[in-house]
Design a protein around this ligand. Structure first.
Ligand code: DOR
Ligand code: ZN
Length: 349
């Protein structure tokens, strides 16, 4: 199947760029392809104030250099009991802070400063609803008694649904939606949308677990069943405006992926776009690819799509692509999606 498609330069509505040598090594992958990038604040210590967000944004832009004039990092701050509402409002009014990210404490990488229950932050969320500041949610229960594969559903039912009832005007994104329950939740709630990753669209729990556990596919929320994957693919390839690309690209050095305890996170900034294009092509829905990658998220957050365009071409001829990157500190990171990317080319127009 050969095909060619032009899309407005896409946005990545959820990405981890890290800091220091890792930031320098990864930022170009995002900056060369994407226009806006919603930057996750789970550094150590977390990006929890306007000042820290402002300084982090400058470090990102410096690391990106001037190769990619369209690239713009959109900054988020970390929701914790230390978050200062006045500082948030000032940062938002100044255009520095675009959203607040909520992590359940202990759910994932650098989430220790997160919340025990999202409902403890109602007062903050009322302010955010008044100020039209979006809330981005890692929707995953941390209750060890709940099966790992049921934790998104549990969080949505026990915490996010009551929150949406109590603060109906709050704009909410269910980040990296991973289940059919999550899809239904975004469809059922007026002010709720969902970001979707290349890996939750293209892999299932059997890929993760069989023939043996694959640390390169380990992320949070966990990649779920084939039925869940199909529910996500179906809604996304229909062009539904409540769903948009957020790669959740999250680099970890191989030393930490293959160690005693695999770190959660998949680095897909290099080939994620090809992985998603392949899904739309296989479903015969390539006409909705630009809605998902370039339009729906922008509309949800109040932006026009980019005027700039990318050209994606699928050819049967396979090319040999890199499978890892190296940082200047000598760390290696595995690049997700090489197989799909091997028969696509992506270029600016
Ligand atoms: O797999 C993940 N990795 N999920 C997250 O929520 C965080 C991310 C990271 O920062 O590594
Ligand atoms: Zn993330």
């Amino acid at each position: 199947m050969d095909l060619t498609i032009r899309i407005p330069r896409p946005d990545d509505w959820h990405v981890h760029l890290r800091d220091g040598a890792m930031l320098e090594a990864v930022v170009g992958y995002t900056a060369s392809r994407f226009r806006y990038a919603m930057i996750m604040p789970n550094l150590n210590p977390p990006i929890a104030t306007t000042e820290l967000a402002d300084r982090y944004q400058k470090r990102i832009l410096r690391a990106a250099g001037n190769q990619s004039p369209e690239f713009q990092p959109l900054m988020t701050v970390y929701c914790s009991t230390n978050l200062d509402q006045d500082d948030l409002i000032r940062g938002h009014e100044a255009g520095i802070v675009k959203a607040v990210k909520y992590y359940p404490a202990g759910a994932t990488t650098n989430s220790d400063h997160g919340g025990d229950n999202i409902l403890n932050f109602i007062d903050l969320f009322e302010t955010m609803a008044d100020q039209k500041i979006p809330l981005l949610v890692h929707a995953e229960s941390t209750n060890p008694e709940i099966d790992l594969f049921d934790r998104e559903a549990a969080f949505l039912e026990q915490e996010l649904h009551p929150l949406c009832e109590q603060v109906p005007n709050l704009q909410v994104t269910v980040e990296h939606v991973s289940t059919s329950v999550g899809v239904d939740f975004a469809l059922a709630h007026q002010r709720v949308a969902a970001s979707v990753t290349p890996h939750h669209l293209s892999r299932n729990s059997s890929d993760l677990m069989a023939p043996e556990f694959d640390p390169d596919l380990f992320c949070k929320p966990i990649i779920n069943s084939e039925a869940d994957r199909q529910a996500i693919v179906s809604v996304v390839t229909s062009g539904n405006p409540s769903f948009f690309l957020g790669t959740d690209s999250a680099p970890h050095p191989t030393s930490e992926k293959y160690g005693e305890e695999a770190k959660a996170g998949i680095f897909n900034a290099a080939y994620g776009l090809e992985v998603v294009a392949e899904i739309f092509a296989k479903e015969n829905r390539i006409e909705h690819f630009s809605s998902f990658a370039s339009k729906n998220g922008a509309a949800f957050y109040g932006y026009e799509p980019s005027q700039d365009e990318l050209l994606l071409t699928r050819k049967q001829v396979d090319v040999e692509l890199a499978s890892t990157l190296s940082t200047r500190d000598g760390d290696k990171v595995v690049l997700f999606g090489r197989d799909e990317a091997s028969h696509w080319t992506v270029s600016p127009i």
